[in-house]
Design a protein around this ligand. Structure first.
Ligand SMILES: Cc1cc2nc3c(=O)[nH]c(=O)nc-3n(C[C@H](O)[C@H](O)[C@H](O)COP(=O)(O)OP(=O)(O)OC[C@H]3O[C@@H](n4cnc5c(N)ncnc54)[C@H](O)[C@@H]3O)c2cc1C
Length: 336
């Protein structure tokens, strides 16, 4: 259901913006206490329920985007007694009148430019974060795996046979997807500014072992390099130009580096939070990312990684998540 042409009838109650893990979990928590309070869920996507961490395991498991959907937005909303406004973007919050401005998120929608409004008694912002695309990684040439729809398009391309994929960014997600693609039979080059994967969260002793482990698995890890440009070639392949970081080389003696020719590039260069709505809602957004390691005997110990608990603290929200990739670091971190 998209935004109707006319003003959406003012439906007071709880309004939740965002149908990712956070939005749906808030609904579960409210419904566990109160079956009847009116809830409206507004989301720029379809609202389908899926577990986002599965996106970095699905390709080797030969799962399509549809396979990962646990319930469509429509079915999940009906089951939770929630009014769903899917494919609808909130563009502004007015806390004085307690109203939201809405627009269809579908560019093809004839009402794309027509605003509607909806009232709320309580408002929950659960809008997640967006991928960062540095200038050298133009959005139209690279993939990201932060949303099931985009993931689905990539999965379809990769399902046609073994391909060469360059992944830029060896953090949690980049390293996980590199491993998943390798398992699925693809040739993988993982590029990072740092000398080793996960360098922003682990000590050098641990990350150098991870670099060795990643390389010995068959991933071509290029540490200490920066991607400078990506160009589409006439045969459809992508040319990835990259250079050693100035700090790591003496530019007078550095040899020119042959660009990589690959089928796909995945950008895994971090996420950013759009502060427009929180600011309009009067929420001062101060997000701190804190990571630490937890040893949990119940967690199955896999080859490389261990459990990470990522806590995002802000004045508005608290999210606790654990990374599969991090779990696999357990054997390495137990040494420290
Ligand atoms: C590939 C990958 C692997 C991961 N692996 C792990 C893991 O192993 N362990 C772990 O703990 N975490 C993992 N994470 C992180 C975790 O999945 C995310 O932190 C979590 O899913 C974020 O959920 P969210 O609901 O906050 O945001 P999102 O899932 O981004 O949802 C945001 C929602 O808000 C909607 N929205 C945004 N702006 C608007 C607007 N203006 N109007 C209307 N709707 C809007 C969007 O349409 C969407 O429905 C992983 C993330 C990725 C990408």
């Amino acid at each position: 259901m998209s935004v109707e042409n006319s003003l959406v009838e003012s439906s007071k109650g709880i309004v939740i913006i965002g149908a990712g893990l956070a939005g749906w979990h808030v609904i579960d928590a409210i419904r566990a206490k109160d079956k009847g309070i009116p809830i409206t869920l507004i989301t720029a996507d379809s609202g389908d329920r899926y577990h986002k961490p599965m996106l970095t395991m699905a390709i080797s498991q030969k799962k399509s985007a549809a396979d990962l959907v646990r319930a469509t937005g429509i079915d999940a909303a009906e089951a939770a007694n929630v009014k769903l406004l899917a494919n609808t973007q909130v563009t502004d919050v007015d806390t004085t009148t307690q109203q939201l401005q809405l627009i269809s998120a579908l560019r093809s929608d004839p009402v794309y430019t027509n605003y509607a409004t909806i009232g709320y008694d309580k408002l929950v912002l659960a809008m997640g974060a967006h991928p960062i695309f540095p200038k050298s990684l133009p959005e139209e040439l690279v993939w990201h795996v932060n949303h099931i729809e985009r993931f689905g398009q990539l999965q379809e391309k990769l399902a046609t046979g073994s391909q060469h994929v360059a992944i830029v960014g060896a953090g949690m997600v980049g390293t996980e997807i590199a491993e998943d693609l390798l398992k699925a039979g693809h040739q993988v080059t993982l590029i990072d500014l740092n000398d080793a994967p996960l360098s922003q969260m682990l000590p050098p002793k641990a990350t150098s072992r991870i670099a060795q482990a990643v390389n010995s698995q068959g991933i071509n890890f290029l540490g200490g390099y920066q991607v400078s440009a990506i160009t589409r070639l006439s045969d459809g392949k992508l040319q990835v130009s990259y250079e050693a970081l100035a700090s790591a080389t003496d530019s007078s003696t550095a040899e020119p580096i042959e660009p990589l020719i690959v089928d796909h590039v995945i950008a895994s260069t971090g996420l950013t939070v759009d502060d427009k709505l929180p600011t309009a809602a009067g929420v001062e957004l101060t997000v701190a990312l804190v990571s630490w390691w937890m040893r949990r005997p119940c967690v199955p110990v896999q080859p490389i990684f261990m459990r990470l608990v990522t806590v995002c603290l802000s004045m508005a929200c608290r999210v606790v998540t654990s990374h599969r990739c991090a779990r696999r670091l357990l054997p390495l971190l137990m040494m420290y």
